[in-house]
Design a protein around this ligand. Structure first.
Ligand code: G6P
Length: 321
């Protein structure tokens, strides 16, 4: 696990018991998952495998899309929810330190350690937060041999009545000049939407993006609002810190607000019918109509972390419906 001295000072590791309750919120733990419950009725369930959020409820409804065919037993990355991408986004390029790793790295396919829970306040309301840790020593030997970074990660998931915040701290525990490492990091959030044909994404106009469906070619977004009408897989570079997802068929009623801190890029992904048909664990096949991936991260360029240095970034997802 991440060294004691490097944990956030507020972290209450001793509270990570089988079940801890308070008048404000509860954390329930089983052998493979943790569930946070907020007094408002909101909840979040996180698998220790990949520290993957597999459910987030607010306003009495599920806010994340999860394939009904997804493995949840640690045999394969989860198809839906919020898989974590680290230390490489997409298929690693030959010649990079990450070249031997699988697509999207190892964070989503490694069991994390539960560090503990805290309660606090955000935006004037009570929240509950749970922290998970992963470091180089906890990787299996095969994975360690594929990527040498002396990394430590602390991943925090914070729940309020209508928001889910995901935050990552990356530490370089290495020593000496040669211990710097490069990484990508991304929160691969599958947002659940009532009908993808009706939503629009605001905040991308004027940005440069690389279109993965067109061989990663570079384009400039010229639409005030982005509608999803076909397979979409784009890396929007240097995106603004706030994006809104609205219902374009209902006076642009807000559906989600996505606010990022310390993260440069946003990936927008929907596999559409053609893509979903090729993904074995995607069910129901027409489920692409009820989701949109809005993935905040730093992926267009490597983040370089020097020995002893710490990096931090996160995203707040706010559900309006
Ligand atoms: O199938 P996965 O490895 O989970 O990747 C799912 C998707 O992740 C990101 O959104 C990428 O931009 C897509 O190109 C990729 O298809």
């Amino acid at each position: 696990m991440v060294g004691d001295k490097k944990k956030p000072p507020t972290l209450d590791v001793t509270a990570a018991a089988a079940e801890t309750t308070s008048s404000h919120a509860t954390l329930t733990q089983s052998s493979d998952r943790v569930t946070l419950s907020h007094p408002s009725g909101a909840s979040a369930t996180i698998l220790l495998y990949g520290a993957t959020v597999i459910s987030w409820t607010a306003h009495g409804r599920e806010q994340l899309w999860l394939s009904t065919a997804s493995a949840l037993d640690g045999s394969k990355a989860v198809r839906g929810g919020i898989p974590l991408v680290f230390p490489v986004f997409g298929p690693p390029q030959a010649g990079t330190a990450a070249e031997k790793l699988p697509q999207h790295g190892f964070a989503r396919t490694t069991r994390w350690e539960l560090l503990g829970r805290t309660e606090g306040e955000s935006a004037g309301e009570a929240n509950i937060c749970v922290d998970f840790g992963l470091n180089a020593q906890s990787l299996d030997e095969e994975t360690r041999a594929k990527w040498g970074g002396a990394f430590g990660l602390i991943y925090s998931v914070t729940l309020t009545s209508s928001t889910l915040e995901t935050k990552m701290v990356v530490q370089n525990a290495g020593q000496g000049d040669s211990a710097a490492f490069d990484f990508n990091v991304l929160f691969h959030t599958y947002l659940h939407v009532p009908d993808v044909n009706k939503i629009a994404i605001n905040g991308l106009n004027g940005l440069t993006y690389n279109d993965k469906t067109l061989g990663l070619t570079e384009h400039t977004e010229s639409n005030e609002t982005l509608r999803i009408t076909a397979q979409t897989d784009r890396i929007y570079r240097s995106a603004p810190d706030e994006l809104s997802i609205v219902d374009a068929t209902a006076d642009n009623k807000p559906v989600f607000t996505v606010s990022k801190v310390g993260l440069k890029d946003v990936v927008i992904w929907n596999p559409w019918a053609d893509g979903a048909g090729k993904i074995a664990d995607w069910e129901p096949k027409d489920g692409y109509q009820q989701m949109i991936c809005v993935e905040a991260g730093s992926v267009a360029a490597w983040q370089t972390l020097e020995a002893g240095a710490t990096w931090e970034g996160g995203v707040v997802h706010k559900a309006h419906l």
